[in-house]
Design a protein around this ligand. Structure first.
Ligand code: GLA
Length: 673
């Protein structure tokens, strides 16, 4: 792996396609980029057809000119490998490169990302392309990093071509050895789905009723691996030719098709396309959670490789980022560990489907609010340079498991309303609102660095998790989990003996029954005496587990239904630590004080007290603390800074005590430990 951390500068720029404009526009772009302080642009992402107009012809001259112009202007290139959009001749000459949908219908050439990840021709010709690009630009002074493909698997989540089906059968054969082993592991005897010959096995295509869920899970794992192979094939070539140049590929916001914890191993640093909806009702924790996931993938800073300067073009109605919001959200990214800020796109395109996607330079040109805000942000950014590489301080971790995400949602019943990310958000947002920063970690990360580990809706328990979490709690940690946890193993087979399966001892309880609630139904939690911070009654929805306590203590009981008075929130002492179980989905009015208290018991305090809507996050490095205060309100607020003298990195003034923050304003303050 190339050594890339910390990044040399806070990157700032956007997706750049000067080849789509008259030649003279590039000089104008250079002038405007310098004015804004752009130091990195993403190029060549979708230009395979321009580089290779037919199988025997290569036309690199236009790209040479872009690279030379960037170098002459001191701007770096995040160089795309151009494999994300296949040329028309490729589909015409080798139709096998076209993917097939779950109904068996082929896709046709005509947009982008229309390739079968398992097509040998696609693999062969894309490898040749990547090699040519890498050889040509390996010593070019503008080259800063490689951008592999683009948002892999985004458009074609799953391919059902004959090529892929055959490969899936081989994959299963290698995994299980014999059909009978697979029948047993997946439970294919159910509905008589037994397989006796490998060529009887089908992926989860269009069929009359529901597909076996274990098969579905392994199909998702298989596809994840196929796309990883596509990325790795490119990465291997790039590493061979330019071992010093870091490699990334843009991951997607709130995307569940790929297991990004596995992908993190492939790349040198994580980057992400981040497009939260600027609609007024969206929660500021939404982007924070995505940033926490991205930082957690490699447990290191990451890069916001694509943000919208203002609106996107692919929502039902595309709301603008109001004045100041682009800067605020970029600073929020910096607070949560982003060391780069690039935007889709530099100059608004005049053709095709993204004409009305915002750009750093809109159609109206430089005399625009959006460009002026870019200039302000870009010019200020170098003042934050010392933040690069610093770590976001978090004593609380939330567990995210992609396999769990897949299975908990596709299993028919108990409720189709189960949304893994929404449940994760309930816990993340409650802590976010209390200014308690969280890391997002996989199930197999070392928990010992944390004081509190929260695993909402951890339906699937993988080998090793029980032991790791028991050790964590036994030695003093706090674990929190929820309803519908500890239900199945890594093949989606239910643990016999009742839920929460392997976590029963730790939690000191069994689930006797569960009930899914209709969307309009509510139950309530009635607090028992003695839990500091939370008292009285709170609403709950979605789900109620009916518990038998086997050592755990009840903290709250249900207020309604035939299980009224039965425990709804419990705690179990296990060794030196505690394990909490929340048997329903409580209202935020409960989760906030509950989690605050759970954290307080472990000595985890909020970063600082702030007015509603003001977020506080700390990054730290070498004894220095960077306090980020982000006012997500469209109104000014007054705030009391934590004790000490604080140096404002942007205004370069010292601050202390009570200060005012304008609407959607940020403060980035340096203090000593
Ligand atoms: C993604 C893609 C870009 C562009 C933007 C639009 O991030 O990578 O090419 O289409 O979406 O929001």
């Amino acid at each position: 792996m190339t050594q890339v951390q910390p990044l040399p500068e806070l990157y700032f720029g956007g997706d750049y396609t000067p080849e789509h404009f008259p030649r003279e526009v590039m000089a104008e772009d250079m002038r405007l980029m310098k004015q804004a302080g752009v130091n990195l642009v993403t190029i060549n992402v979708f230009s395979w057809a321009q580089l290779q107009p037919n199988e025997d012809t290569w036309t690199f001259e236009w790209l040479d000119e872009i690279m030379d112009t960037l170098a002459a202007n001191g701007i770096g290139a995040d160089m795309g490998t151009a494999t994300a959009s296949t040329p028309a001749w490729l589909a015409k000459k080798y139709p096998e490169i076209l993917p097939v949908d779950e109904k068996g219908l082929p896709f046709h050439h005509g947009s982008r990302q229309t390739f079968n990840p398992n097509s040998p021709k696609y693999r062969q010709l894309s490898a040749l392309l990547v090699r040519k690009i890498a050889e040509r630009y390996k010593d070019h002074p503008a080259l800063r990093m490689w951008h592999v493909n683009n948002e892999l698997s985004h458009q074609v989540n799953y391919d059902y071509s004959e090529i892929t089906i055959r490969k899936f059968r081989e994959w299963c054969k290698a995994r299980f050895g014999a059909c009978e082993k697979m029948n047993q592991t997946w439970g294919l005897h159910f509905w008589g789905n037994n397989i006796y010959e490998w060529d009887e096995l089908m992926p989860p295509m269009r069929t009359a009723h529901q597909v076996n869920t274990s098969l579905l899970l392994d199909w998702k794992r298989f596809t994840n691996e196929c796309y990883m192979e596509v990325a790795k094939a490119e990465i291997d070539i790039l590493r061979e030719i330019t071992p010093e140049i870091p490699i990334t590929t843009n991951f997607l916001y709130e995307f569940k098709t790929l297991d990004y914890f596995q992908w993190a191993e492939l790349v040198d640093f994580i980057s992400v396309s981040s497009f939260p909806d600027p609609k007024v009702a969206s929660h500021p924790g939404e982007a924070a959670l995505s940033h926490d996931i991205m930082r957690g993938l490699k447990d290191r800073p990451f890069v916001l490789l694509e943000q919208a300067p203002s609106q996107v073009n692919w929502r039902l109605a595309n709301v603008n980022k109001k004045p100041g919001v682009m800067r605020l959200w970029s600073h929020q990214g910096l607070a949560h560990g982003s060391d780069g800020f690039l935007f889709f796109q530099w100059r608004a395109s005049v053709h095709g489907s993204e004409k009305f996607h915002s750009a750093m330079v809109p159609h109206v040109g430089e005399n625009s609010r959006v460009f002026r805000e870019m200039v302000q942000f870009g010019q200020e950014l170098p003042q934050c340079k010392e933040v690069i590489g610093s770590r976001v301080k978090a004593d609380v971790a939330i567990v995210l498991d992609y396999n769990n995400w897949w299975t908990v949602e596709f299993t028919p019943g108990p409720t189709a309303l189960l949304d893994y990310l929404e449940n994760l958000k309930a816990y993340h947002y409650a802590l976010f609102e209390e200014n308690v920063t969280t890391d997002i970690i996989p199930v197999d990360r070392d928990f010992s660095r944390y004081k509190v580990v929260i695993a909402p809706l951890l339906y699937m328990i993988k080998p090793g998790f029980k032991e790791a979490v028991e050790k964590f709690v036994a030695t003093g940690g706090t674990f929190v989990t929820t309803f519908f946890s500890g239900v199945v193993n890594e093949f989606d087979e239910v643990f016999s003996g009742g839920y929460p399966g392997p976590l029963s001892d730790l939690l000191g309880l069994k689930v006797e029954e569960f009930e899914a609630m209709k969307p309009y139904v509510r139950n309530s939690l009635i607090m028992n005496d003695g839990f500091p911070g939370a008292s009285g009654e709170y609403e709950s929805s979605l789900w109620c587990d009916i518990l038998q306590l086997q050592g755990a203590k009840s903290l709250a009981v249900y207020g309604d239904d035939y299980f009224k008075g039965r425990p709804a929130v419990t705690v179990n002492t296990f060794g030196e630590g505690r394990a909490y179980y929340v048997a329903t989905l409580p209202d935020p009015a409960f989760l906030r004080p509950f989690l605050k208290q759970v954290c307080a018991e472990q000595g985890v305090d909020p970063v600082c007290e702030t007015p509603t809507g003001v977020e506080a996050v700390v990054r730290e490095q070498d004894g220095r603390r960077y306090l980020f205060l982000l006012n997500h309100n469209y109104a000014a607020v007054d705030i009391t800074l934590p004790d000490g003298n604080w140096f404002d990195l942007i205004t370069e003034k010292m601050m202390m005590g009570r200060v005012s923050m304008g609407s959607v304003e940020t403060l980035i303050l340096k203090g000593d430990d």
